[in-house]
Design a protein around this ligand. Sequence first.
Ligand code: AMP
Ligand code: ZN
Length: 453
Amino acid sequence: MLKLYNTLTRKKQPFKSIKAGKVGMYTCGPTVYWYQHIGNLRSYIFSDVLKRVLKYGGYKVDHVINVTDVGHLTSDADSGEDKLEKAAASEGRSAKDIADYYFKVFREDFEKLNIIEPSIWSKATEHIREQITLITKLEEKGYTYETSDGIYFDTSKYKDYGKLSRKDIAGLEAGKRSEMREKKNATDFALWKFSEEPGKRQQEWDSPWGVGFPGWHIECSAMSMNYLGETFDIHTGGEDHIGVHHENEIAQSECATGKTFVNYWMHGAFLILKGGKMSKSSGDILTIAQLEEKGFDPMAYRYFIYSAHYRKPLTWSLEGLKSAQNAYKKAKNVVASLEDDGKENKKYLKDFEKAINDDLDMPGAIAVLWGLLRDDKAEGKVGAIKKMEEVLGLRLFEKAVFRVPAEIREIAEERTKARADKDWKKSDKLRDKLEKEGWKIKDSGDDFELEKL
Ligand code: AMP
Ligand code: ZN
């Protein structure tokens, strides 16, 4: 049985979908004003694994990812510039060009990382009407008020405000006085922002309240409910969204409908730099393209991500990625040397399923994969690994850089053993034998890599 950790209840819970055999899932997507860095991509690998595990369990998954192409301001306190407008001004291009370009790169990264595309990509600028309708609903129910810069949600009118992050609202109120401006409560947030000078922004729309643009939070409520219904199964995002963005999504959605918005809230922990968190402003942006330039296979990055559970922070390092790439190549080499006996190893598959169903324990799942790869007596290896691949998505069977025949690998292993025994004569002899067969062996520690000559 699949168990998932729900941020709302702070517990691992058995997963039960609203409709039998179907799951509605929403993932907070990119703000497309710049490249998504490898930290962002960790979040999407997490939601991809979740989706793959659900599919593996027989569910049909309706998955929506939004594309924030308007309304995300440089400050979370509803002030500052719109990130898209700012990028457009500094790059001298239209906001639409910027959004299209970075969205295209983002989709290429999905392909490179073997992340399955969602059923629907949902752009904020293509759902302005839905957002206005939702704000109107909140206004009719008395949850909104107007200030000189926009329409705000009054969080004091929602008694459950803060239930996701369990934050101390009173403390927050006291601490944030300086950011209050005309807001009634520090936690109130913009639903609609007025254009300061209509006609100056590239992206603005008419609304019942005046020319402007939607706030960042309302897009996710409007678009998720539009495609998945007023109550749906799973909502995912990075853990930074718990305290503000998702809290606000819950408030505005539940006040508008009077229903539970989402049953399972799931959050991925951050990829962190040694000195702190990885962010676009830290100047240390690393993109998938940059990794490729340094000679890494994007799949090695996916493998690297599996070294930590999705709820644990993972520290980024090139050394970590290097050893992930070595292990990944090695796994691929072993897989290439296997012969399909037409069976499926049930024992290892059972262990694998136990790991993935335990709140997506990917380090555990990888350990099971290695157990199987190393087990000389196991039958049904190819069949089992093919099934595991439905979840792992590591392209273990795809055009191995070179296919290593079993007998070649055996010679290489024998040589590694000879080296370990300091039997240099034997080791040199075996290396020559490999070269005669057309394979070059490279030692890396107590391991090896084989390359076709
Ligand atoms: P953004 O484009 O800033 O809206 O972020 C896109 C997604 O990446 C969100 O789900 C964020 O929570 C997530 N995210 C941002 N930084 C990191 C990081 N360093 N590690 C993991 N996820 C992140
Ligand atoms: Zn969102």
